[in-house]
Design a protein around this ligand. Structure first.
Ligand SMILES: C[S@@+](CC[C@H](N)C(=O)[O-])C[C@H]1O[C@@H](n2cnc3c(N)ncnc32)[C@H](O)[C@@H]1O
Length: 362
């Protein structure tokens, strides 16, 4: 049975400092909040009341007030973060009447917490950055779903509500890391380090681990994406249907999907990397992808990696040097926002290309 992640109720999680140093994340959230508040003012003719769910240090609440919100409610289940957010907002000099910082969360029937918050008035805009290594790993979808009944709905707006982010997409890409294996046939020291921490596949199951456990991050290992674009394995859209009080859809990948172009022949040493993209507003997209990290300067890529990094797993065993034609991936079941990944491999058979062996059938 799947369960939902609940954050710790005190203390400063280790990811907070690098998170604040992630300029790309901060700038994009600021831009998206500005764009959403401006659109709200134009379309509704007044300033909005904003909810910041999982306010942490209060940075998104500051953006909302700076960009013209009438009032912000900053909510966090962690009492130390609530103290920090209160200080941040006070230091910024906003009038005390323009914000409220609350320890707790908006609860639905399934949320187990003692600190439930019951809003007195509905909110016009929801902003939230409770994104994890995998976009889904802090259960953004489930936690924000509980807020929908407390939001004003607008029939003149696409999606019926104002929310940042609007859509979150998780993808699975197949990579080679050439920096690991090039050179001599002797065991490469980085590969050896990799072997020490990354488990082999167990049957058809890919065992996932966080790239933060590596001393040398994935994006610095000469990554090469195999085949076409990474495959979508989950897409959460944060919009409502008229008259409804829940998000419209949650697409989980059911059956197996081919994740490499058929023409690509894979040798054994390949890795599945789970990446994600959050559409924060119409104009603003936040990417936690290997390719995006490579475009950052070293400081931003370090901050992003220390904050999020990637979930990844072995698909081909480097020692076997198996020739594969393609790999198909399925996300079956999500526990605490983390998928169980199964793969099927299709082995190349040059002698008889019409009779390719499905490895799982062997
Ligand atoms: C990734 S941090 C983001 C902090 C802040 N939004 C920022 O951008 O600086 C997530 C924060 O959300 C809080 N949180 C996560 N889920 C929550 C929930 N369902 N209700 C209230 N707080 C939550 C955590 O305690 C943590 O402080």
């Amino acid at each position: 049975m799947s369960s939902v992640y609940m954050p710790i109720e005190s203390g400063l999680p280790a990811y907070f400092l690098p998170m604040l140093d992630d300029k790309d994340r901060n700038d994009l959230y600021s831009k998206a909040i500005q764009e959403t508040i401006s659109a709200f003012k134009v379309e509704q003719g007044r300033a909005p009341r904003v909810l910041d769910l999982g306010c942490g240090t209060g940075m998104l609440s500051v953006f909302a007030l700076r960009h013209g919100a009438e009032h912000v409610t900053a909510l966090d289940l962690n009492r130390n973060m609530v103290t920090l957010a209160s200080r941040t907002l006070a230091c910024c000099g906003f009038p005390r009447s323009s914000y409220k910082v609350v320890c707790g969360t908006i609860k639905d029937a399934k949320t187990r917490t003692r600190t439930a918050f019951h809003p007195e008035q509905p909110f016009d805009i929801l902003v939230s950055e409770i994104l994890g290594t995998l976009a889904t790993s802090e259960n953004l979808y489930e936690h924000t779903q509980a807020v929908v009944p407390h939001m004003n709905k607008f029939s003149n707006v696409q999606g019926g509500v104002y929310v940042v982010p609007r859509k979150v997409t998780v993808t699975a890409g197949l990579y080679k890391f050439d920096g690991l294996f090039s050179g001599s046939s002797e065991v490469h020291p980085i590969k050896q380090a990799f072997d020490g921490v990354l488990p082999l596949m167990d049957g058809n199951d890919v065992i996932l681990m966080s790239s933060q456990n590596l001393s040398f991050p994935l994006h610095l290992m000469e990554p090469k994406l195999l085949g076409a674009e990474p495959t979508v394995i989950r897409e959460d859209s944060f919009r409502v249907e008229e008259g409804k009080n829940s998000w419209v859809q949650k697409e989980l990948c059911g059956g197996f999907k081919n994740i490499t172009a058929d023409s690509v022949t894979l040798t054994g040493e390949c890795y599945l990397v789970l990446e994600w993209t959050a559409t924060l507003s119409e104009q603003t997209v936040l990417k936690n992808t290997v390719g995006q990290y490579q475009q950052f300067d070293i400081r931003n890529s370090h901050a992003r990696h220390a904050q999020w990094g990637f979930l990844f797993g072995r698909v081909g065993d480097p020692d076997v040097q198996l020739q594969l034609d393609s790999v198909m991936v399925k996300a079956s079941g999500w526990d605490k926002g983390v998928p169980r990944i199964e793969v099927k491999k299709v082995a190349a058979n040059p002698a008889n290309p019409n009779k390719r062996a499905r490895l799982e059938d062997e």
